[in-house]
Ligand binder design. Structure first.
Ligand code: IPM
Ligand code: MG
Length: 374
């Protein structure tokens, strides 16, 4: 291999390392949450089926929140422009004007965005999580008839994602990506998981890693989670490797014992799709991305380009984004509205379900049913 390539890669690595040192040091300075009378909810359509499903969630929010909106304590603001076309045109994962509009909001409801695989264009989601420091990805999964009530706390800004678009390539020879785990980044997700458990009467937290193989990063993740666990003596803690945990989620007797699961970014990404499938499909699960200042709520599925290509966009299921809206309402301190919306979604889905085919309800039809139930 040409020495020049190797030198270039070493320099690149040095820059990455220094950028991560700076990030880790910044994380120790906690920003105070913004104080404000009014809560601004930004609604971002995204790509593919995103604008179709998000529109129905926005309609539901407008109906539910009409008193708060009239009183001026809540504003719902549509944010345009977070589309793959615009992102490619400016070659940025979030165009500058979109990012500044987003930062004027407090919470966001976001439709899925398309991420080109390969190349260097970073995912809009990943960029948003980083820009707004949304370090906790909270994904609830419930199957009441089977006694399943899980809440995943996926670390959302580190691991394989931090430098996922900044790997090294020695052409024709090898490629390297990096996984980064910081002490502060791990401590805050562990804290979030245990605090959630404590506040919600949960008695069991599972730590999930692959620390037998990823010795440094997952090894530290595990050690810090145990350190935090020691501050919660009433909570039972266990630990599994990600591979066996994926199997455990399919074991009926064992799986109902899990309550809160805390895990690094990539494992959390993968296992929450599996968990959502157990609940009825990735179309049914909502997801919160929370930091100390901002929070973003989204569907856990993607923008479904194949569905759009088949001309079936109008039959997309808004359930996941609607469940995300439920989480948003809880997050801004409106649990009664959240419950009303949650019950209405369940009822609308039972009355006239969406099947993703022309035999089922349309997305707009589902929205109409929902509004008549609210
Ligand atoms: C998710 C998605 C994202 C992720 C993609 C869209 C970047 O799969 O929210 O789970 O990998 O985190
Ligand atoms: Mg995912």
């Amino acid at each position: 291999m040409n020495q020049a390539y190797i030198d270039q890669a070493v320099n690149h690595y040095k820059e990455l390392l220094l950028s991560q040192v700076a990030r880790a040091e910044r994380m120790n300075q906690v920003e105070a949450p913004k104080e404000k009378g009014k809560t601004v909810i930004g609604v971002i359509g995204g790509d593919g089926i995103g604008p179709i499903i998000t529109l129905q969630a926005q309609r539901a929010l407008e109906v539910l929140l009409k008193n708060e909106i009239a009183a001026g304590t809540i504003e719902i603001r549509t944010i345009e422009g977070l589309t793959i076309e615009n992102r490619l045109a400016v070659n940025k994962p979030i165009p500058d004007d979109v990012l500044s509009a987003v930062k004027e909001c407090d919470v966001l409801l976001k439709g899925p965005t398309t991420t080109p695989s390969g190349g260097t264009m970073e995912s809009a989601n990943v960029a948003m999580r980083r820009e707004l420091d949304l370090y906790a990805n909270i994904r609830p999964v419930q199957v009441p008839e089977e006694g399943i009530d899980w809440t995943f706390f996926r670390e959302n800004t580190e691991g394989e994602y931090t430098l996922g678009s900044k790997g090294i390539e020695l052409p024709g020879l090898l490629t390297m990506d990096f996984k980064v785990t910081t002490v502060a980044g791990t401590r805050r997700i562990a804290k979030a998981a245990f605090e959630f458990a404590k506040k919600n009467g949960k008695t069991h937290v599972s730590i999930v890693t692959k620390s037998n193989i990823m010795k440094k990063t997952d090894g530290m993740f595990s050690a810090i989670c145990h350190e935090v666990a020691a501050e919660y003596p009433d909570i039972q803690v266990d630990e599994y490797f990600i591979d066996i945990m994926s199997a455990n989620l399919l074991k009926p007797a064992l799986r109902k014992t899990f309550q809160v699961i805390v895990l690094p970014n990539l494992y959390g990404d993968i296992i929450t799709d599996e968990a959502a499938q157990i609940q009825g499909g990735v179309g049914t699960a909502g997801s919160a991305n929370a930091g100390d200042r901002y929070a973003m709520f989204e569907a856990i599925h993607g923008s479904a380009p194949r569905m759009i290509a088949r001309g079936m966009g109008d039959y997309a299921n808004p359930e996941s984004i609607l469940r995300a809206a439920v989480m948003l309402l809880r997050h801004i301190g409106l649990p009664a509205h959240a419950q009303r919306l949650d019950d209405a979604i369940t009822q609308a889905a039972a009355q006239h379900p969406i099947t993703g085919t022309k035999e089922g309800n349309t997305c707009a039809g589902f929205g109409d049913d929902l509004i008549s139930l609210l």
